[in-house]
Design a protein around this ligand. Structure first.
Ligand SMILES: [Ca+2]
Ligand SMILES: [Ca+2]
Ligand SMILES: [Ca+2]
Length: 197
């Protein structure tokens, strides 16, 4: 009897509080389609700093329900043309608007077709993302080598999971919580009576 009552109270109280603890997922796609197709994909061309300032683009998260925290996120970028040879090294990097490095782009030789890099984003980057309203990720592509270089980019995908802002407890939860507390009261009275009676 005693144990059953304890279990009942625990279940009731827990279910009253477990409203919206589940993480939800998000995906945001930036797809460039200015030129092409090349190997089936439309793309745009990005030129390095010797031609123009660093190229940057924006992933904006339109979350419904709104988010409380980001649990994790990855960024995928499909590109081609990050090619090095003896005379002209070419090294592209992706960094955030705040200057945190996301990753170095892998070599993407023409002969290999489109190459997709996927980076998981660090805690620092996640907090940079949640410091803007709405939450967003600015991505800068740059190549620091001295000779002029270009890169074809096809598509960028930002995806991950987040914890939503808790919704107001439903009336149902209050009823459950009340029942739980009532159960506790009855139980402790029952114990006292037993001890002194
Ligand atoms: Ca260069
Ligand atoms: Ca190139
Ligand atoms: Ca495209």
């Amino acid at each position: 009897m005693k144990r059953m009552l304890c279990v009942y109270v625990a279940v009731v109280v827990l279910s009253a509080f477990s409203g919206s603890a589940l993480a939800l997922t998000f995906t945001n796609v930036v797809d460039w389609n200015l030129m092409g197709p090349w190997q089936g994909e439309y793309y745009r061309v990005v030129l390095d700093a010797s031609w123009n300032p660093d190229f940057s683009y924006l992933h904006v998260l339109d979350l419904d329900p709104p988010g409380l925290t980001i649990e994790s996120a990855t960024l995928s970028l499909r590109h081609v043309g990050n090619v090095s040879d003896l005379w002209n090294p070419e090294i592209w990097f992706a960094t955030t608007g705040g200057g945190i490095q996301i990753g170095q782009l892998s070599k993407s030789r023409w002969i290999s077709g489109w190459t997709t890099d996927t980076w998981s984003l660090s805690e620092n980057i996640l907090s940079e993302m949640t410091s803007t309203s709405p939450w967003s990720l600015e991505v800068r592509l740059s190549d620091p080598t001295s000779l002029p270089d270009g890169l074809r980019i096809d598509k960028s995908v930002l995806s991950g999971s987040y914890t939503p802002v808790p919704s107001a407890p439903e009336p149902n939860s209050f009823v459950l919580l009340g029942a739980g507390l009532l159960g506790l009261g009855v139980y402790s009275r029952f114990r006292k009576k037993k001890r002194w009676g």
